[in-house]
Design a protein around this ligand. Sequence first.
Ligand code: M6R
Length: 366
Amino acid sequence: EKGGYPHFMLKEIFEQPHSLSDCMRGRVNVDKDNITLAGFIDNREKFLNAKRIIITACGTSWHAAQIGMYAIEEYARIPVEVEYSSEFRYRKPVIHKNDIVIAISQSGETADTLAAVELAKQHGAFIFGICNVVGSSIPRNTHSGCYTHVGPEIGVASTKAFTAQVTVLTMLAILIGKENGTISHDEYLKLIRELSLIPDKVSEVLKKNDQIAELAKTFTYASNCIYLGRGYNFPIALEGALKLKEISYIHAEGYPAAEMKHGPIALISNEMPVIAIATQSETYGKVLSNIQEIKARKGRIISIVTEGDNIIKNLSSHSIEVPATMPCLAPLLSVIPLQLLAYHIAVVKGCDVDQPRNLAKSVTVE
Ligand code: M6R
């Protein structure tokens, strides 16, 4: 059932070109030049009239929510707030009737997220679920939603569910933006075309697997790592760090690259790998100078860069190239090397990749 792979996690990482195609099937239509989501169409007025969107989730799903916030604010111009379900449910949040609350959960059973859904419902908000497990508790308790359709995810570390959550949120952002007139027709077509190319580009990134497995061998000495990114790649820094923590038991932190100088740069030494997610974007030059600051303090830099980038590559002790895409879609490519890196480091260290200690696939207790 692992399909010839040694672990479910590796199988699920490699499934991503396919699972993302499944997630987009019938939704991203290049031939018809449109994006369609049943959960949106049925509730079009609610989305177009929403004054605010609140996204609630835990763990990796919360990282997807962060990317969703960037995309919805950029393309649909609706204010978005992202909440940890466990905080949201207890902190007496202000929830209005015309708020849309999006709950993201792979399992659809996370206790805190389910409770956050119930709370938002009591306040009369419209609840939209983004879940993977069909018929699970969260989709049963929401008003509408959208399944990620990536099939069962068995590995405790979430991989293919994450990229599909990001894809659904991106489709939703584009669709709202198109319908409320924020996105021009040309931009809409460009986004559709670029989204449809993502599965093939993910396949390209997966070809770096052997390179990443080699790189992983040099990590066994590390007891701390820092992940840095800006913009759409900031949540990927958080996600890369979480993957490493949960399966290889190496302490890791993700930061927005510019936050380094507000404290964490004091930690830099040649003992601590710094993973910089530095693909092309408006803030590329800023990330470059953040990397130079780390280099000047003898930090060891491993970078994720866009194909053909020699500038950051030359500053790095190791670089992994990913194909070019639009900044809002970059997370779908830049997270893949980080999933593989966490996987291979855990394997080199002899950790139980699919069943890491102290963790459960569904957190059904709070
Ligand atoms: O099933 P959910 O998406 O609600 O689960 C949320 C988290 O428990 C989950 O993403 C967790 O952080 C993963 N183990 C991360 O890989």
